[in-house]
Design a binder for this molecule. Structure first.
Ligand SMILES: C[S@@+](CC[C@H](N)C(=O)[O-])C[C@H]1O[C@@H](n2cnc3c(N)ncnc32)[C@H](O)[C@@H]1O
Length: 272
């Protein structure tokens, strides 16, 4: 496994501590919204790549029902453990978790009725090759759903966080932010078309996420990809970044942050 993948695994195993905290309710919201944009029949077989704690895998499992199957794949076993616990509580026995690199799956071409990847594609070191691999796994008349963040993720809190990091550790400023590499609807379309995908639909949706208190933003930092930067700071540096960021959020009276999302879907012909 290459360094980028090891880093994602380490980051999200640590982020699992807060990933399902109510402050990060956007995972469930956008996972469900992705599934709602798919035509998923009962009995369908679905691959959820980069499934995390099941934000899209669980609603997909509800939709396909017990005659169907959802395979949730992730590198972070701590997140898959959360997904397994939720599936068990909801009686979704047909949700299977697999602790694997999505680029090292051994399924034959066309094995799935739908392949979903939510906030995951930008972690693949070669996004074009990775997307082509996922498209190959989609069967005739099947669908590929790719959801990414749009521009200005978590602004204005995001800039306050990176400015605070810049004060103490400029080497870490925006040094780990793969999610910022694919925020343009045209680029998402080009990625899918370049992967050979057909009937591509791209839907940018602007939105916000409420911060109940400034502290909510620090919970978000600890429960998502920012965790890599958080963990790279010393205790003293982290305290400084935390107090500067939260003071700025309070001073500016920030009560919501931007969560713009791009939903993309491609549909395979009946007889590819
Ligand atoms: C931002 S999280 C999103 C999780 C979930 N889809 C959601 O929306 O809540 C990205 C996930 O991608 C996973 N990931 C990154 N690269 C991966 C790879 N090559 N194979 C499997 N999982 C990967 C990470 O471990 C992390 O759980």
């Amino acid at each position: 496994m290459d360094d980028a993948k090891r880093r994602a695994e380490q980051t999200f195993n640590a982020a699992a501590e807060f990933f399902d905290d109510p402050a990060l309710g956007f995972w469930d919201r956008f996972g469900r919204a992705t599934v709602e944009r798919l035509e998923l029949r009962s009995g369908a077989v679905v691959l959820d790549a980069c499934a995390g704690s099941g934000a899209s895998a669980l609603p997909a499992a509800e939709r396909v029902g017990p005659t169907g199957k959802v395979v949730a794949v992730d590198l972070a076993d701590n997140l898959l453990a959360l997904a397994r616990a939720k599936a068990e509580r909801q009686g979704l026995d047909h949700l299977e978790t697999r602790h694997r690199d999505v680029e090292a799956l051994e399924y034959p071409p066309g094995a799935f009725d739908a392949v979903i990847i939510v906030f995951g594609v930008f972690f693949l070191p070669d996004m074009a090759a990775g997307t082509a691999r996922l498209w190959a796994l989609v069967g005739p008349a099947g669908q590929l759903a790719v959801t990414t963040w749009g521009p200005r993720l978590f602004e204005p809190a995001n800039s306050e966080f990176w400015d605070a990091v810049d004060q103490v550790r400029p080497d870490l400023t925006r040094a780990y932010n793969p999610w910022d590499s694919l925020t343009d609807p045209d680029a998402v379309r080009a990625l899918l078309v370049g992967a050979g995908a057909e009937r591509v639909e791209v839907e940018p949706v602007a939105g916000t996420h409420a911060l109940r208190t400034p502290e909510d933003f620090w919970t978000i930092v600890r429960g998502c990809g920012y965790r890599a930067t958080h963990d790279a700071l010393s205790d003293a540096e982290r305290d400084a970044v935390r107090s500067r960021t939260l003071a700025a959020i309070a001073d500016r009276d920030v009560t919501k942050i931007e969560t713009n999302v791009i939903y993309a879907r491609a549909i395979k012909p009946d007889n590819p």
